[in-house]
Design a binder for this molecule. Structure first.
Ligand code: S3P
Length: 443
């Protein structure tokens, strides 16, 4: 029996209304802040992907009571701080999980050991360890700041930290450390997703956010107690991106994604697709638990290549793989620059998108910090067998590609899709996509 693979092939138009799974960034934060808080936090709409389940288990090992009450409905009983875990904390594939939890753990006088899967063990942790070290935390880890890693926290000093790279994970790690230490100031030259700031406020912390040019200065006083709340997790725009782009590139399609998070720091893809001529409409815009959400309808469109402003990258950093798929169907060149961070995600996403698209007959140019795609004007050959290196977004992007190419597209390691979008295949099939599986699905 061969390894498990999925193959997408062209099968007419995609039609229907769906709900994207809960936002991954907000789901991690709800569990972590719930565990740090005093009292009960109830979360509805939690993403039940592997990444978030790892964070739920981690919060249990740091002493919180964590219970699943129903689908997407979780209860966290926080103890107002972290206790020392009795065993290694395995964060699986989740960079957000491990980096935010390390930040939170650094605030306490405990030692905790972190590990993850092969992808996470190869990703840089130095970006978080540097500010945590300046605050007074210590650690021992593998060379290059890689996991497994043992962190010792407690008695932290205040810090004013300017982010060298636009990273909400690093910003959040410093904020969570500062919260249980003596406070912190984080200066981000480019604004990144602000869910930690919003949620800290929701849990009762005082936090000051000042706009500074295209970035922000965030000031948080230490020693603030959080109080458990109810959190409603909106639909993840990074997951909604897949059915949206699938509808745009597949003739005759019209798909609505309901309840999608419209936080401005997350919807750079919608702006870019709009500039490419995509037929998108946003309706029923409303406020849900401190975030704006709406229903997004995408209809098949003739797309034009564009140059994406590099400063837009933080607001769509996880969406470049699926944008590259839209670009493959556009007329002309789509230039994506200032996206070096893509190389240190779950995989080197610039390299894997370039290789995957090229194997499907798309003209691509790879740059150290960029990707240029010359589109086929609505017509793409396909036929590739794509190596995903266990990256969920590389897998889903190429399956969407295969829904509109002349020849089917096959991806390996599709099991990893469950890290962020457990119902992806069923949801896409429900819209009319044809996705076949072969080989042996791992237990
Ligand atoms: C995330 C921030 C981004 C993003 C990741 C989720 C978060 O990473 O790629 O999927 O929830 O803070 P960086 O902060 O490393 O850019």
């Amino acid at each position: 029996m061969t390894a498990w693979r999925l193959t997408a092939r062209r099968a007419g138009s995609l039609k229907g209304t769906v709900r994207a799974p809960g936002d991954k960034s907000i789901s991690h934060r709800a569990l972590i802040l719930g565990a740090l808080a005093q009292g009960v936090t109830e979360v509805e709409g939690l993403l039940e992907g592997d990444d978030v389940r790892r964070t739920a288990a981690a919060m249990q090992s740091f002493g919180a009571g964590v219970q699943r009450l129903g689908e997407g409905h979780w209860r966290v009983e926080g103890r107002g701080g972290f206790a020392e875990p009795g065993d290694v904390v395995d964060c699986g594939n989740a960079g957000t999980g491990v980096r935010l939890i390390m930040g939170a753990a650094a605030g306490f006088d405990i030692a905790s050991t972190f590990t993850g899967d092969g992808s996470l063990r190869s990703r840089p942790m130095n970006r978080v360890l540097k500010p945590l070290g300046e605050m007074g935390a210590s650690w021992i880890c593998r060379s290059g700041g890689r996991l497994p890693l043992t962190l010792k926290g407690g008695n932290l000093k205040p810090i004013a930290y300017r982010l060298p790279e636009p990273s909400a994970q690093v910003k959040s790690a410093v904020l969570l450390a500062g919260l249980n230490g003596q406070g912190c100031e984080v200066i981000e030259p480019e604004a990144t997703r602000d869910h930690t700031e919003r949620m800290l406020r929701g849990f009762g912390a005082e936090i000051e956010v000042r706009e500074e040019g295209s970035g922000r200065r965030i000031v948080l006083a230490g020693g603030q107690a959080l109080k458990g709340i109810r959190v409603h997790v909106p639909g993840d725009p990074s997951s909604a991106a897949f059915p949206i782009v699938a509808a745009l590139i597949t003739a005759g399609s019209a798909v609505t994604v309901e309840g999608m998070l419209l936080n401005p720091a997350r919807i750079g893809l919608l702006d870019t697709l709009g500039e490419m001529g995509a037929d998108l409409s946003v309706t029923n815009v409303r406020d849900e638990g401190g975030e704006t959400v709406g229903d997004v309808t995408a209809r098949h469109s003739e797309l034009e290549g564009v140059e994406v402003p590099p400063e837009r990258a933080p607001s769509m950093i996880d969406e470049y793989p699926i944008l590259a798929v839209a670009a493959a169907f556009a007329t002309g060149r789509t230039v994506m620059r200032g996206i070096g961070e893509m190389r240190v995600k779950e995989s080197d996403r610039i390299a894997l998108m370039a290789a995957g698209l090229a194997s499907c007959g798309v003209e691509v140019e790879e740059e150290p910090e960029g990707l240029i795609v010359t589109g086929g004007g609505g017509k793409v050959r396909g036929g590739g067998r794509v190596t995903t290196h266990g990256d969920h977004r590389i897998a889903m992007s190429h399956l969407v590609l295969g829904m509109a190419t002349e020849e089917p597209v096959t991806v390996d390691e599709p099991g990893m899709i469950a890290t962020s979008f457990p119902g992806f295949v069923a949801l896409m099939r429900g819209l009319g996509a044809e996705i076949a599986e072969d080989g042996l699905q791992p237990a």
